[in-house]
Design a binder for this molecule. Structure first.
Ligand SMILES: Cc1cc2nc3c(=O)[nH]c(=O)nc-3n(C[C@H](O)[C@H](O)[C@H](O)COP(=O)(O)O)c2cc1C
Length: 190
């Protein structure tokens, strides 16, 4: 690690652009490099001090996390994985759903030691893959046909009917604060 500033690499996996946008903003704030997950094999991960992984929530899973862990293991870079951020369509207020995402996808050790953040983003039907659009439309019609809908069901049905964008730079604030804490831990400050 260089004396003052560690070398950080942000690796993002993005299908419709939300995660890419957040990764770009974060890279700008931290003055570091962001690369697409597709190109991960073209960089030497071990030449970095810290790796951050950004991806999307996808049908209750964290897209690409298992593959990312595998690559870290293969390249002996597991200890460099220092933060995870996940974008999604669920609003920040849906604490239980977000908690469930961590519970179902992170190991106990990751939940304890790996700083992880949920970044509200939205949905973009225009840029979605064919399969994803079919999945979302399937969910929409299932909600539409559902009987005895709760207020939450009605809200979800309304929300997923169209593209929307609830992303905001504000959501990056806790990520940046945490990262700055990792770079300059309180006990190491002058
Ligand atoms: C098929 C499908 C499943 C999704 N599942 C979830 C989900 O479980 N939770 C969530 O919050 N968002 C979910 N989303 C929304 C995406 O996570 C959201 O649009 C994300 O920001 C996309 O990131 P990207 O633009 O970087 O690809 C889903 C989207 C699609 C198309």
């Amino acid at each position: 690690m260089t004396q003052n500033k560690p070398k950080i690499l942000i690796i993002y996996k993005s299908s419709t652009g939300f995660t890419k946008k957040y990764a770009g903003l974060l890279a700008e704030k931290l003055d570091c490099r962001a690369i697409n997950f597709k190109n991960i094999r073209s960089v030497s991960l071990s030449s970095y001090d810290m790796l951050f992984f950004g991806t999307r929530a996808h049908a209750g899973s964290i897209d690409g996390l298992k593959r990312f862990r595998k690559i870290l293991k293969q390249t002996g870079s597991r200890q460099l994985f220092r933060s995870l951020f996940v974008t999604g369509a669920v609003p920040a207020a849906e604490k239980d759903a977000i908690q469930q995402l961590w519970q179902n996808n992170l190991t106990e050790s990751e939940r304890t030691y790996l700083p992880h953040f949920y970044l509200p983003a939205g949905l973009c039907y225009e840029k979605m893959s064919f399969t994803d659009r079919i999945m979302m439309k399937g969910l929409f019609f299932m909600m539409k046909r559902k009987k005895d809908k709760t207020a939450k069901d009605l809200e979800l049905e309304k929300q997923i009917a169209h593209s929307f964008d609830i992303s905001s730079e504000e959501y990056l604030k806790p990520v940046i604060e945490c990262v700055l804490g990792l770079i300059w831990p309180a006990d190491k400050k002058e």
